[in-house]
Design a protein around this ligand. Structure first.
Ligand code: CTP
Length: 410
């Protein structure tokens, strides 16, 4: 079951190959995927939504279909649900729309909102496929990371012969499996802290910060994709949870530390992406503090440094920290790398309006003792995949160095 637990959204656009998409849905299910289907209006003239509803077990959403309101599902929620969106068949028209960012239908809006992998299985007349407009659109999509499955050569529905046939359902499934063929953290146990902590002052007030948890949650999703067993120790966030990730909900820095100690015992990797309060009120008032004087002082005490303590008690655990800095990014982050004896630190500049805290975008520097890798501004989900790839590479490198040392000492 190579697609076990994967959520695949099949978007059917209006070409004669739409009839093959029914078999494609079945083949994906046989490979273990959960499948949902959306259709363009013109696709419904080739094959009915009812067919796909019966096959997938879910309502099928079309461009002007009111049922998706009734079901409480919109294009944003569906795109978040999916690990991959596959447009099959993808007509020249939908390809042109998505390469230009047009959002005039349910399917095109969904593609614009996607954060998961996006792939297309083109199907059209050979002249339309070879037209430079289509080829240019395909080049644009490939440059943006969209995967193109096919098309195949052969006799076409219109009677002509050439390139433009949609790949057969089983071939498409093999391409889908390859999309997820990342076993870089296979069977590793990964513990991730994410989000802010909340330190109570009295029963109604607290000290916290602007962290949304988006980066930590995106890293958790990427680690899951790479085959890891993932536990997220999360401060309060408004983010959607993934049913395949184990979440431990905490509020304070103390609770985060306690949860990390418990879950890191048998972990292979600890990633501290949370924005943890460095200080907590020394005393929490039992009753709501009343205003009396012109000024009010609240005494604060240091919280436990989860990352530092975990590394101290598990020196061989591969530990990754985050450094959010407003100035001297590399210098400050490198100091934290050394102070906390980390294997790696991920540094990002904060205080910029279009990335970092609360944004869907970020740009980071991945710093280890022997290298610094810059990852330019990208969507956090995309960045998370690259970060996980770098972590897996570094983990492998350190493991092989340990093996060499072990062999030399024997
Ligand atoms: N961290 C932690 N526990 C804390 C504080 C921080 O686990 N009590 C982790 C964060 O999750 C992050 C890294 O340590 O991975 C950040 O290091 P830190 O030196 O605490 O950063 P800042 O709090 O930003 O430090 P400073 O205010 O001194 O810049």
């Amino acid at each position: 079951m190579k697609l076990a637990n994967k959520h695949i959204l099949v978007a059917v656009s209006g070409g004669i190959a739409a009839y093959k998409s029914a078999e494609f849905v079945r083949a994906l299910q046989r490979a273990g995927a959960q499948v949902r289907v959306v259709m363009t209006e013109s696709a419904t003239r080739f094959i009915t939504p009812l067919t796909f509803q019966a096959l997938s077990g879910y309502p099928v959403h079309t461009s002007d279909d009111a049922s998706f309101d009734k079901a409480g599902v919109d294009h944003i929620a569906l795109s978040r649900w999916s690990d991959a969106i596959i447009i099959a068949p993808a007509t020249a028209n939908i390809i042109a729309k998505i390469s230009n960012g047009v959002a005039d239908s349910f399917v095109s809006s969904l593609c614009l909102a996607h954060q998961s992998s996006l792939a297309i299985a083109p199907a059209m007349n050979q002249a339309m496929w070879n037209n430079s407009a289509t080829q240019q659109n395909i080049t644009t999509l490939k440059e943006r990371g969209v995967k193109v499955f096919g098309p195949a050569q052969g006799i076409q529905a219109c009677g002509e012969t050439g390139e433009g046939r949609m790949l057969e359902p089983d071939d498409l499934v093999h391409h889908c499996i390859a999309l997820f063929a990342n076993h870089s953290l296979s069977a590793k146990k990964v513990v991730i802290t994410a989000g802010p902590t909340v330190e109570p002052i009295d029963p109604v007030r607290f000290i916290s910060n602007r962290s949304s948890g988006k980066m930590g949650y995106a890293i958790a999703g990427a680690a899951l994709e790479a085959g890891a067993h993932v536990t997220v120790i999360s401060g309060p966030t408004h983010l959607q949870e993934n049913e395949r990730i184990n979440y431990v909900h905490v509020e304070t820095a103390q609770q985060m530390y306690a949860a990390a100690k418990e879950h890191c015992i048998d972990a292979d990797l600890f990633i501290a992406a949370a924005a943890v309060a460095d200080y907590e009120p020394t005393n929490i008032a039992d009753q709501k503090i009343k205003k009396k004087d012109d000024t009010l002082s609240i005494q604060l005490s240091r919280t436990p440094d989860t990352l530092k303590e975990i590394k101290l008690s598990h020196p061989s655990l591969f530990c990754i920290g985050f450094a959010a800095e407003t100035e001297n990014l590399i210098q400050h982050a490198s100091e934290k790398l050394r102070q906390k004896s980390l294997n790696m630190i991920i540094a990002n500049q904060v205080g910029l309006s279009n990335q970092g805290f609360n944004s869907d975008f970020n740009a980071v520097e991945i710093i280890s003792s022997d290298s610094t890798i810059s990852l330019p501004r990208a969507r956090k989900s995309e960045l998370a995949r690259l970060i996980i790839k770098n972590i897996a590479d570094q983990l492998k490198k350190e493991a092989s160095q340990t093996n060499v040392t072990y062999l030399q000492s024997k």
